[in-house]
Every structure is written in structure tokens, then in C-alpha cells.
Design a binder for this molecule. Structure first.
Ligand code: AMP
Length: 277
């Protein structure tokens, strides 16, 4: 496994590979990341991963400096999965002095994570654009866990005619339903016990939908009620939105619904979603 820190080195190593699947990550890997790596390897023959905690997608009061990091462990896990190439750039390699371009999708900033986290998707789209240009993978793999990120990346790739195919894989969960996330490591045991309320709220709403409930308000209300029953959970938003436009739905139509939520458990901000088709 080649571990590469420079753009130039990455380009040289990539040149020796044919079909390649890229899994962009911020590290502190878990089974969710590894499932993407396995799929990339299965479908493309060779897999690459990037590990880069991207400062530009964190707000000034967010957790960039204390985001969990364990590069040695991450590299061991990737090696065991048969990954060919790992790109681990320093911040200065990605944003050298004089860096001045951004990829902006204004519509993304108006809803859900974009509305809650100003400039977040500008940071995400810009870094993903750079990673796709640097690695030039055949396919790039993203988790449904970050639903709006998948919408943003797909739109960017379509709008900018980028040749990489975007693949979205299902959310990997703990046995009690909690979506795996590097940020789960921040949870105290008490908070960890409260965190499955997110998935319970989502399944309550998807259950209602399966029973024929179509009203967006009723679905959002069902999620809010479950969360209200968990004293440690403080919801930031609950949403039943159109899966393509991410606009809140009055009524669920033929495209189905993206049920999603952001919840604080203590200081830890957790997100989750279910795509109901
Ligand atoms: P991150 O390191 O959190 O930026 O995540 C890197 C990639 O892994 C993103 O495409 C995430 O959506 C994806 N991912 C994170 N958690 C999960 C999960 N529980 N299941 C599936 N994919 C995930």
C-alpha cells in the first residue's frame, strides 16, 4: 500500500493503475468507511482512500481541531482491506499560499445541513473537486449517511462535467441503529445510550409513511415526538424533504422522501437520515 502525501507523488502512483475507486474520508475509520472501501475494490479492482480533515468545511465554532485522528490505526485498517493507495496530504499541500478558488452550490446552503452550517458545502464541494481532479478515479464512493453531501457532489460532477462516476452506499449502523460516525467517539456512555433515539425517530416516521401517511407535517411531528421522549436529545431540525431538491414536503409524492434530522446529544452534533422511495 502506497501512502502518499503530495499531489505530485499521488499523480505518479495513480498513473500505474487502471480502474480505480476512491473513498474520500476524514479518517478515524469505522465500518461505514470500510464498507465503502470494500465496494470500491470489488467494483473497480483497485481502491484508493484519502484521509484529510478538511479545515474549510468546519465552521469557526466547530470541532476541527479536536476532530478525532488516529492515522496509524487507519493505515492498518486500509492495508488489511487491500487498498492500493492512500492520500494523506497536509493542509498546506491542499491549500498552498495563494489558493483562491471555491466551488459553490448556492441552493445547498439554503436547506438542512447547509442552512445549519454556513459555508460547509462550499468547503465540501471544493475539497471533493480537488480530490477528484488529483486522483482521477473511475468511481468515487460516498455514504448515504451524509445525504445532502451526496446530492451536492452529484450535482457538482454533473454541472462541471467531471468524468468520475459517483456511487452512494447505504449507511452502516451499530446493532441498536445508531449510524456509525467518527463523532460517536465524543459520546459519554450516557449520551451513547441516548443516541439511538435518532434512528428510532426516523423509523417511526418511515413506519407511518409505510402505513399510508403522506403529510410532511405528520412525518416531521412523529420524529419530533420520539426525540422529545429522550431528555438528552436536543433536535436542531427534523425534515421530510424531496430527495432531489431537499425542499420540505407538504405531501410525499412519487419521488418518496428523505427523512433526516440533526440532533445535539450533549455538545455532540449527530445527523442521520432514511431515504424512503
Ligand atoms: P467522513 O470521514 O465522516 O467524512 O466520511 C467519509 C465517507 O464515509 C463519507 O462519504 C460518509 O458519508 C461515509 N460514511 C460515514 N459514516 C458512514 C456510515 N455509517 N455508513 C456509510 N458511510 C458512511
Amino acid at each position: 500500500m502506497d501512502v502518499i502525501t503530495t499531489v505530485e507523488g499521488l499523480r505518479a502512483a495513480r498513473a500505474g493503475l487502471g480502474q480505480l475507486g476512491l473513498v474520500p474520508t476524514m479518517g478515524y475509520l469505522h465500518e461505514g468507511h470500510l464498507s465503502l472501501v470494500r465496494q470500491a475494490r470489488r467494483e473497480c479492482g483497485a481502491a484508493a482512500a484519502s484521509i484529510f480533515v478538511n479545515p474549510t468545511q468546519f465552521g469557526p465554532s466547530e470541532d476541527f481541531t479536536r476532530y478525532p485522528r488516529d492515522l496509524e490505526r487507519d493505515l492498518r485498517l486500509l492495508e488489511a482491506e487491500g487498498v492500493a493507495l492512500v492520500f494523506v496530504p497536509e493542509v498546506a499541500e491542499m491549500y498552498p499560499e495563494g489558493f483562491g478558488t471555491a466551488v459553490v452550490l448556492p441552493a445547498a446552503d439554503e436547506v438542512l445541513e447547509g442552512a445549519a452550517r454556513p459555508d460547509h458545502f462550499r468547503g465540501v464541494a471544493t475539497v471533493v473537486c480537488k480530490l477528484l481532479n488529483i486522483v482521477q478515479p473511475t468511481r468515487a464512493y460516498f455514504g448515504q449517511k451524509d445525504a445532502q453531501q451526496t446530492v451536492v457532489v452529484r450535482q457538482m460532477v454533473r454541472d462541471l462535467n467531471m468524468p468520475t462516476q459517483i456511487v452512494v452506499a447505504p449507511t452502516v449502523r451499530e446493532a441498536d441503529g445508531l449510524a456509525m460516525s467518527s463523532r460517536n467517539s465524543y459520546l459519554t456512555p450516557e449520551q451513547r445510550a441516548a443516541a439511538p433515539a435518532l434512528y428510532r425517530a426516523l423509523t417511526a416516521a418511515s413506519g407511518l409513511l409505510a402505513d399510508g401517511e403522506r403529510r410532511g407535517d405528520a412525518l416531521r411531528q412523529a420524529m419530533a415526538e420520539v426525540l422529545a421522549g429522550e431528555p438528552l436529545a436536543r433536535p436542531e431540525y427534523v425534515s421530510a424533504a424531496d430527495p432531489l431538491t431537499l425542499r420540505e414536503l407538504d405531501a410525499v409524492g412519487p419521488r418518496g422522501a428523505l427523512l433526516s434530522l440533526a440532533v445535539r446529544v450533549g455538545q455532540v452534533r449527530l445527523i442521520d437520515n432514511l431515504l424512503v422511495e
